[in-house]
Design a protein. Structure first.
Length: 221
């Protein structure tokens, strides 16, 4: 399987399409994220690679935690882990029902590719546990010290939101000051996320990667 030679994402189509075709081998996926591109499988169509004209990001200095969520964070009995069960998290995200959406972009091909990237140390998860049961989580891609959040799920109220806050605390402690969330959602907007232009996003991505931050432990540590 050949590696994809991605074009400059600044010249994506008006819909944000950078490339069409290729496959989800891990090397292609990781190179895409390093260039600010992400795959978006659509049923019945060739694989599409996107870098939209506007990108949703969350700068941690803008983080706003609603009072009700802050109260829940203070009193929660949930336990949080990093990379405690990545496979269970991505499979649960694939099954999650989302308002206004049918099906999922987290196909079996996506699960295989991101699981391999997790094994290599490039994709990570945060788990929320309740008495030993996985009740929420989030996962995303570490592209050389820049983090892109991918998906969340919950089986208990606020479990995914609290897992995300745990993740933000972890990333902040490692020196990161923002994260890519790709597409805006009402919840992320409530937390303080904003839209920026593609050019500004690509500049931030390059600057962050150049810092060489180490956000997570290497496999086996």
């Amino acid at each position: 399987m050949a590696l994809i030679r991605f074009p400059d994402p600044r010249y994506a189509t008006s819909e944000g399409i950078v490339a069409i075709g290729g496959d989800l081998q891990p090397e292609n996926v990781l190179e895409a994220y390093r260039r600010g591109i992400f795959p978006w499988p659509i049923d019945g169509l060739p694989l599409m690679w996107f870098c939209p004209p506007e990108r949703a990001i969350l700068e941690f200095c803008d983080l706003h935690v609603p009072r009700s969520l802050e109260r829940e964070r203070r009193r929660t009995q949930l336990r949080f882990t990093i990379d405690g069960d990545f496979g269970a998290v991505i499979r649960a995200c694939a099954k999650a029902v989302r308002a206004g959406e049918s099906g999922t972009w987290i196909t079996q091909g996506v699960i295989r590719a991101y699981t391999e990237l997790h094994r290599q140390g490039h994709v990570h998860s945060v788990e929320a546990w309740e008495t030993g049961a996985l009740v929420g989580g989030v996962y995303g891609v570490d592209a050389d010290g820049a983090f892109a959040g991918e998906s969340m799920f919950y089986l208990r109220p606020n479990a995914s939101k609290l897992a995300l806050l745990f993740l933000i605390e972890h990333l902040s402690a490692r020196g990161l000051d923002w994260m890519d969330i790709q597409m805006m959602t009402p919840h992320m907007q409530t937390l303080g996320a904003k839209l920026i232009s593609r050019d500004l996003y690509l500049e931030k991505l390059a600057q962050t990667r150049a810092r060489g931050l180490r956000l997570f432990k290497a496999p086996g540590e």
